[in-house]
Design a binder for this molecule. Structure first.
Ligand code: CP3
Length: 340
Protein backbone atom coordinates (compact mmCIF):
# COMPACT_ATOMS: atom_id res chain seq x y z
CA UNK A 1 0.00 0.00 0.00
CA UNK A 2 1.27 3.50 -0.86
CA UNK A 3 1.99 5.65 2.19
CA UNK A 4 0.18 8.98 2.55
CA UNK A 5 2.98 10.31 4.76
CA UNK A 6 6.41 8.87 4.07
CA UNK A 7 8.49 11.71 5.58
CA UNK A 8 10.16 9.28 7.99
CA UNK A 9 11.37 6.99 5.22
CA UNK A 10 12.61 9.80 3.00
CA UNK A 11 14.47 11.45 5.89
CA UNK A 12 15.93 8.07 6.91
CA UNK A 13 17.34 7.66 3.39
CA UNK A 14 18.98 11.06 3.64
CA UNK A 15 16.61 12.82 1.24
CA UNK A 16 15.66 16.47 1.69
CA UNK A 17 12.18 16.78 3.20
CA UNK A 18 9.69 19.68 3.48
CA UNK A 19 10.11 19.48 7.27
CA UNK A 20 11.56 16.86 9.62
CA UNK A 21 9.30 13.91 10.52
CA UNK A 22 8.58 13.51 14.24
CA UNK A 23 7.77 10.53 16.44
CA UNK A 24 8.47 9.86 20.10
CA UNK A 25 10.09 6.93 21.87
CA UNK A 26 7.48 5.36 24.22
CA UNK A 27 4.72 7.33 22.44
CA UNK A 28 2.44 4.35 23.11
CA UNK A 29 2.42 4.06 26.87
CA UNK A 30 1.31 5.31 30.22
CA UNK A 31 1.15 8.99 29.27
CA UNK A 32 -2.06 8.23 27.34
CA UNK A 33 -5.27 7.51 29.30
CA UNK A 34 -6.41 5.53 26.26
CA UNK A 35 -3.34 3.27 26.61
CA UNK A 36 -4.04 2.71 30.31
CA UNK A 37 -7.62 1.73 29.48
CA UNK A 38 -6.57 -0.78 26.81
CA UNK A 39 -3.90 -2.24 29.10
CA UNK A 40 -6.56 -2.71 31.82
CA UNK A 41 -8.69 -4.53 29.26
CA UNK A 42 -5.74 -6.82 28.47
CA UNK A 43 -5.17 -7.48 32.19
CA UNK A 44 -1.45 -6.74 32.24
CA UNK A 45 1.44 -5.31 30.24
CA UNK A 46 2.51 -8.76 28.99
CA UNK A 47 -1.12 -9.66 28.26
CA UNK A 48 -1.26 -6.54 26.07
CA UNK A 49 2.01 -7.37 24.28
CA UNK A 50 0.66 -10.84 23.47
CA UNK A 51 -2.78 -9.72 22.26
CA UNK A 52 -2.34 -8.69 18.58
CA UNK A 53 -5.65 -6.79 18.30
CA UNK A 54 -5.11 -4.77 21.48
CA UNK A 55 -1.39 -4.27 20.73
CA UNK A 56 -2.39 -2.87 17.32
CA UNK A 57 -4.92 -0.59 19.02
CA UNK A 58 -2.31 1.00 21.33
CA UNK A 59 0.19 1.23 18.47
CA UNK A 60 -2.25 3.41 16.50
CA UNK A 61 -3.38 5.56 19.47
CA UNK A 62 -0.45 8.04 19.28
CA UNK A 63 -1.05 8.48 15.53
CA UNK A 64 -4.70 9.39 16.19
CA UNK A 65 -4.22 11.34 19.42
CA UNK A 66 -0.79 12.96 19.06
CA UNK A 67 -0.56 13.15 15.27
CA UNK A 68 2.96 11.71 15.05
CA UNK A 69 4.50 10.93 11.63
CA UNK A 70 5.19 7.24 12.43
CA UNK A 71 3.83 4.38 14.51
CA UNK A 72 6.11 2.00 16.42
CA UNK A 73 4.82 -1.50 17.00
CA UNK A 74 3.74 -1.98 20.61
CA UNK A 75 5.89 -4.73 22.10
CA UNK A 76 9.03 -5.00 24.20
CA UNK A 77 12.67 -5.85 23.61
CA UNK A 78 12.33 -8.62 26.23
CA UNK A 79 10.22 -10.86 23.99
CA UNK A 80 13.53 -12.21 22.59
CA UNK A 81 14.88 -13.70 25.84
CA UNK A 82 11.40 -15.07 26.46
CA UNK A 83 11.29 -16.73 23.03
CA UNK A 84 14.72 -18.28 23.78
CA UNK A 85 13.47 -19.78 27.04
CA UNK A 86 13.87 -17.05 29.69
CA UNK A 87 10.42 -15.66 30.55
CA UNK A 88 10.11 -12.19 32.12
CA UNK A 89 7.67 -10.50 34.46
CA UNK A 90 6.73 -6.83 34.42
CA UNK A 91 5.56 -5.48 37.76
CA UNK A 92 4.07 -1.98 37.77
CA UNK A 93 6.61 0.53 38.99
CA UNK A 94 9.38 -2.09 39.32
CA UNK A 95 10.43 -2.72 35.72
CA UNK A 96 11.32 -6.09 34.20
CA UNK A 97 12.31 -9.16 36.22
CA UNK A 98 13.61 -12.57 35.05
CA UNK A 99 13.16 -15.38 37.62
CA UNK A 100 15.76 -17.45 35.73
CA UNK A 101 19.04 -15.92 34.42
CA UNK A 102 22.11 -17.13 32.53
CA UNK A 103 25.01 -18.20 34.77
CA UNK A 104 27.08 -20.77 32.87
CA UNK A 105 27.67 -22.63 29.61
CA UNK A 106 24.90 -25.13 30.33
CA UNK A 107 22.41 -22.25 30.62
CA UNK A 108 23.54 -20.87 27.25
CA UNK A 109 23.32 -24.30 25.64
CA UNK A 110 19.78 -24.72 26.97
CA UNK A 111 18.56 -21.61 25.13
CA UNK A 112 16.37 -22.76 22.28
CA UNK A 113 16.71 -21.00 18.95
CA UNK A 114 14.87 -23.52 16.82
CA UNK A 115 11.44 -21.95 17.11
CA UNK A 116 12.03 -18.26 17.68
CA UNK A 117 9.45 -17.04 15.21
CA UNK A 118 6.83 -19.59 16.30
CA UNK A 119 7.08 -18.09 19.79
CA UNK A 120 6.72 -14.61 18.31
CA UNK A 121 3.79 -15.01 15.93
CA UNK A 122 1.86 -12.61 18.18
CA UNK A 123 4.25 -9.83 17.07
CA UNK A 124 3.77 -10.58 13.35
CA UNK A 125 0.01 -10.67 13.90
CA UNK A 126 0.14 -7.34 15.76
CA UNK A 127 2.12 -5.82 12.85
CA UNK A 128 -0.44 -7.08 10.31
CA UNK A 129 -3.37 -5.82 12.42
CA UNK A 130 -1.65 -2.42 12.84
CA UNK A 131 -1.05 -2.03 9.10
CA UNK A 132 -4.71 -2.75 8.54
CA UNK A 133 -5.73 -0.04 11.03
CA UNK A 134 -3.22 2.49 9.68
CA UNK A 135 -4.41 2.17 6.07
CA UNK A 136 -1.13 3.68 4.85
CA UNK A 137 -1.43 6.89 6.88
CA UNK A 138 2.13 6.69 8.31
CA UNK A 139 5.01 4.17 8.26
CA UNK A 140 5.29 1.47 10.92
CA UNK A 141 8.57 1.05 12.81
CA UNK A 142 9.66 -2.40 13.98
CA UNK A 143 12.34 -2.84 16.62
CA UNK A 144 14.44 -5.12 18.78
CA UNK A 145 16.93 -4.78 21.61
CA UNK A 146 20.61 -4.81 20.65
CA UNK A 147 22.63 -7.87 21.75
CA UNK A 148 24.45 -6.09 24.61
CA UNK A 149 21.24 -4.72 26.16
CA UNK A 150 19.48 -8.10 25.92
CA UNK A 151 22.63 -9.79 27.34
CA UNK A 152 22.48 -7.40 30.32
CA UNK A 153 18.92 -8.48 31.20
CA UNK A 154 19.67 -12.18 30.64
CA UNK A 155 22.65 -12.08 33.03
CA UNK A 156 21.38 -9.69 35.70
CA UNK A 157 17.69 -10.60 35.54
CA UNK A 158 16.61 -6.99 36.07
CA UNK A 159 17.58 -3.38 35.51
CA UNK A 160 20.78 -2.15 37.13
CA UNK A 161 22.78 1.05 37.31
CA UNK A 162 26.06 -0.33 36.00
CA UNK A 163 25.33 -3.94 34.96
CA UNK A 164 28.54 -5.07 36.65
CA UNK A 165 27.59 -8.79 36.49
CA UNK A 166 27.16 -8.57 32.74
CA UNK A 167 30.43 -6.64 32.37
CA UNK A 168 32.17 -9.16 34.64
CA UNK A 169 31.17 -11.93 32.24
CA UNK A 170 32.60 -10.02 29.25
CA UNK A 171 35.90 -9.64 31.10
CA UNK A 172 36.21 -12.99 32.93
CA UNK A 173 34.48 -15.34 30.50
CA UNK A 174 34.75 -13.78 27.05
CA UNK A 175 34.12 -17.11 25.26
CA UNK A 176 30.92 -17.72 27.21
CA UNK A 177 29.84 -14.10 26.62
CA UNK A 178 30.58 -14.47 22.92
CA UNK A 179 28.45 -17.59 22.60
CA UNK A 180 25.51 -15.92 24.36
CA UNK A 181 25.87 -12.74 22.25
CA UNK A 182 25.94 -14.91 19.12
CA UNK A 183 22.75 -16.71 20.11
CA UNK A 184 20.98 -13.40 20.85
CA UNK A 185 22.18 -12.05 17.48
CA UNK A 186 20.95 -15.11 15.57
CA UNK A 187 17.55 -14.87 17.28
CA UNK A 188 17.33 -11.14 16.54
CA UNK A 189 18.15 -11.63 12.84
CA UNK A 190 15.37 -14.23 12.55
CA UNK A 191 13.03 -11.86 14.40
CA UNK A 192 13.92 -8.94 12.11
CA UNK A 193 13.15 -11.10 9.07
CA UNK A 194 9.74 -12.01 10.49
CA UNK A 195 8.93 -8.35 11.19
CA UNK A 196 9.89 -7.43 7.62
CA UNK A 197 7.75 -10.25 6.27
CA UNK A 198 4.81 -8.96 8.34
CA UNK A 199 5.26 -5.49 6.79
CA UNK A 200 7.32 -3.04 8.89
CA UNK A 201 8.77 -0.05 7.01
CA UNK A 202 11.84 0.75 9.15
CA UNK A 203 13.72 -1.14 11.86
CA UNK A 204 15.27 0.36 15.00
CA UNK A 205 17.79 -1.43 17.20
CA UNK A 206 17.88 -0.16 20.82
CA UNK A 207 21.17 -0.43 22.73
CA UNK A 208 19.81 1.16 25.89
CA UNK A 209 22.75 0.10 28.11
CA UNK A 210 25.57 0.86 25.67
CA UNK A 211 26.65 3.64 28.04
CA UNK A 212 28.12 1.28 30.66
CA UNK A 213 30.81 -0.27 28.42
CA UNK A 214 34.12 1.14 27.17
CA UNK A 215 35.43 1.85 23.66
CA UNK A 216 37.67 -1.24 23.48
CA UNK A 217 35.02 -3.74 24.66
CA UNK A 218 32.28 -2.13 22.62
CA UNK A 219 34.32 -2.22 19.45
CA UNK A 220 35.71 -5.73 19.80
CA UNK A 221 32.86 -7.62 21.48
CA UNK A 222 29.65 -5.77 20.61
CA UNK A 223 29.97 -3.94 17.27
CA UNK A 224 30.48 -7.17 15.22
CA UNK A 225 27.11 -8.49 16.45
CA UNK A 226 25.30 -5.18 15.91
CA UNK A 227 26.84 -5.00 12.46
CA UNK A 228 25.61 -8.48 11.57
CA UNK A 229 22.01 -7.59 12.55
CA UNK A 230 21.96 -4.25 10.71
CA UNK A 231 23.56 -5.73 7.60
CA UNK A 232 20.91 -8.45 7.49
CA UNK A 233 18.21 -5.88 6.64
CA UNK A 234 17.48 -5.70 2.91
CA UNK A 235 18.13 -2.34 1.18
CA UNK A 236 14.43 -1.41 1.04
CA UNK A 237 14.17 -1.41 4.87
CA UNK A 238 16.03 1.56 6.41
CA UNK A 239 17.62 0.92 9.81
CA UNK A 240 18.26 3.02 12.90
CA UNK A 241 20.81 2.34 15.63
CA UNK A 242 20.26 4.01 19.01
CA UNK A 243 23.07 3.41 21.50
CA UNK A 244 22.24 5.43 24.58
CA UNK A 245 25.24 6.97 26.29
CA UNK A 246 27.74 5.68 23.73
CA UNK A 247 29.65 8.92 23.00
CA UNK A 248 32.86 7.00 23.54
CA UNK A 249 31.98 4.53 20.75
CA UNK A 250 31.09 7.07 18.05
CA UNK A 251 34.03 6.05 15.85
CA UNK A 252 33.01 2.40 15.63
CA UNK A 253 29.29 3.26 15.39
CA UNK A 254 30.03 5.44 12.36
CA UNK A 255 31.25 2.33 10.49
CA UNK A 256 27.89 0.52 10.88
CA UNK A 257 25.76 -0.26 7.90
CA UNK A 258 22.66 1.71 9.01
CA UNK A 259 20.80 4.77 7.76
CA UNK A 260 19.98 6.58 11.00
CA UNK A 261 21.81 7.19 14.27
CA UNK A 262 19.66 7.85 17.36
CA UNK A 263 21.07 10.42 19.79
CA UNK A 264 20.36 10.74 23.48
CA UNK A 265 19.94 14.22 24.97
CA UNK A 266 23.51 14.43 26.27
CA UNK A 267 24.87 14.33 22.72
CA UNK A 268 25.55 17.67 21.10
CA UNK A 269 23.99 18.06 17.63
CA UNK A 270 27.09 19.82 16.23
CA UNK A 271 29.31 17.00 17.55
CA UNK A 272 26.92 14.39 16.08
CA UNK A 273 26.85 16.04 12.63
CA UNK A 274 30.61 15.92 12.65
CA UNK A 275 30.86 12.30 13.87
CA UNK A 276 28.15 10.94 11.55
CA UNK A 277 28.36 13.07 8.38
CA UNK A 278 26.71 10.47 6.12
CA UNK A 279 23.91 9.32 8.45
CA UNK A 280 20.49 10.76 9.22
CA UNK A 281 20.32 11.86 12.86
CA UNK A 282 17.39 11.24 15.21
CA UNK A 283 16.65 12.82 18.58
CA UNK A 284 17.35 14.35 20.96
CA UNK A 285 15.26 16.71 23.07
CA UNK A 286 15.81 16.12 26.79
CA UNK A 287 12.56 14.40 27.89
CA UNK A 288 12.64 16.57 31.05
CA UNK A 289 12.14 19.69 28.88
CA UNK A 290 8.50 18.53 28.65
CA UNK A 291 8.11 19.35 32.37
CA UNK A 292 8.63 23.00 31.41
CA UNK A 293 6.25 25.72 30.28
CA UNK A 294 4.69 25.68 26.80
CA UNK A 295 6.98 28.53 25.86
CA UNK A 296 10.20 26.79 26.95
CA UNK A 297 9.16 23.63 25.11
CA UNK A 298 8.69 25.68 21.92
CA UNK A 299 11.98 27.52 22.31
CA UNK A 300 13.96 24.34 23.06
CA UNK A 301 12.38 22.58 20.07
CA UNK A 302 13.16 25.49 17.74
CA UNK A 303 16.73 25.53 19.02
CA UNK A 304 17.00 21.81 18.22
CA UNK A 305 15.71 22.41 14.69
CA UNK A 306 18.23 25.14 14.06
CA UNK A 307 21.09 23.05 15.50
CA UNK A 308 20.40 20.12 13.18
CA UNK A 309 19.88 22.62 10.37
CA UNK A 310 20.19 21.13 6.88
CA UNK A 311 21.45 17.72 8.09
CA UNK A 312 18.98 14.89 7.33
CA UNK A 313 16.99 14.75 10.54
CA UNK A 314 14.16 12.90 12.35
CA UNK A 315 12.84 14.74 15.40
CA UNK A 316 12.36 12.75 18.62
CA UNK A 317 13.21 12.91 22.31
CA UNK A 318 16.61 11.77 23.54
CA UNK A 319 14.97 8.77 25.26
CA UNK A 320 11.45 7.54 26.08
CA UNK A 321 8.85 10.06 27.23
CA UNK A 322 8.39 9.94 31.03
CA UNK A 323 5.03 8.45 32.08
CA UNK A 324 3.99 11.51 34.14
CA UNK A 325 4.29 13.95 31.22
CA UNK A 326 1.05 15.68 30.22
CA UNK A 327 0.23 14.60 26.62
CA UNK A 328 -0.57 18.29 25.89
CA UNK A 329 3.10 19.12 26.53
CA UNK A 330 4.23 16.38 24.17
CA UNK A 331 1.84 17.75 21.58
CA UNK A 332 3.53 21.16 21.76
CA UNK A 333 6.84 19.50 20.85
CA UNK A 334 5.23 17.59 17.96
CA UNK A 335 3.33 20.60 16.60
CA UNK A 336 6.39 22.85 16.79
CA UNK A 337 8.23 20.41 14.52
CA UNK A 338 5.27 20.02 12.18
CA UNK A 339 4.85 23.80 11.78
CA UNK A 340 8.55 24.24 10.92
O1 CP3 B 1 5.87 3.37 22.13
C1 CP3 B 1 6.91 2.71 22.03
O2 CP3 B 1 8.04 3.21 22.11
C2 CP3 B 1 6.81 1.24 21.65
C3 CP3 B 1 6.82 0.31 22.70
C4 CP3 B 1 8.08 -0.02 23.49
C5 CP3 B 1 7.99 -0.51 24.82
N1 CP3 B 1 9.23 -0.92 25.20
C6 CP3 B 1 6.75 -0.61 25.60
C7 CP3 B 1 6.86 -0.56 27.07
C8 CP3 B 1 9.42 -0.07 23.12
C9 CP3 B 1 10.10 0.39 21.83
C10 CP3 B 1 10.14 -0.65 24.21
C11 CP3 B 1 11.59 -0.94 24.18
C12 CP3 B 1 12.30 -1.24 25.44
N2 CP3 B 1 11.88 -2.03 26.48
C13 CP3 B 1 13.61 -0.81 25.73
C14 CP3 B 1 14.48 0.00 24.81
C15 CP3 B 1 14.15 1.44 24.84
C16 CP3 B 1 14.52 2.13 26.14
O3 CP3 B 1 13.59 2.52 26.84
O4 CP3 B 1 15.72 2.26 26.39
C17 CP3 B 1 13.94 -1.31 27.01
C18 CP3 B 1 15.26 -1.09 27.75
C19 CP3 B 1 12.84 -2.09 27.46
C20 CP3 B 1 12.74 -2.86 28.73
C21 CP3 B 1 11.66 -2.32 29.57
N3 CP3 B 1 10.31 -2.46 29.30
C22 CP3 B 1 11.78 -1.57 30.79
C23 CP3 B 1 13.08 -1.17 31.44
C24 CP3 B 1 10.47 -1.29 31.22
C25 CP3 B 1 10.02 -0.63 32.49
C26 CP3 B 1 9.99 0.86 32.32
C27 CP3 B 1 8.84 1.49 33.06
O5 CP3 B 1 8.60 2.64 32.74
O6 CP3 B 1 8.19 0.85 33.91
C28 CP3 B 1 9.58 -1.82 30.25
C29 CP3 B 1 8.11 -1.75 30.30
C30 CP3 B 1 7.45 -1.06 29.16
N4 CP3 B 1 7.70 -1.31 27.86
C31 CP3 B 1 6.42 -0.10 29.27
C32 CP3 B 1 6.03 0.21 27.96
C33 CP3 B 1 4.94 1.13 27.52
C34 CP3 B 1 5.87 0.45 30.59
C35 CP3 B 1 4.86 -0.50 31.19
C36 CP3 B 1 3.46 -0.03 30.91
O7 CP3 B 1 3.25 1.11 30.53
O8 CP3 B 1 2.51 -0.81 31.05
Amino acid sequence: MRLENDLLLRAARGEKTERPPVWVMRQAGRILAEYRATRAQAGSFIGLVKNPQLAAEVTVQPVDILGVDAAIIFSDILVIPEAMGLPYQMDEGKGPFFPKTIQNLKDVENLDLSNINNHLTYVSEAIEATLHKLQGRVPLIGFAGAPWTIFCYMIEGKGSKEFSLARKMLVQQPMLAESLLTKITDATIAYLQSQIKAGIHLFQLFDSWAGVLNAELYQTMIIPHVSRILSSAPPHIPTTFFAKGAHYAAKSIQTLNCNVIGLDWTMDPAWAKNQFPNKTLQGNLDPAVLYGTDETIRTSTEKLLSEFGEHPYIANLGHGVYPDIDPKKLKIFIETIQKS
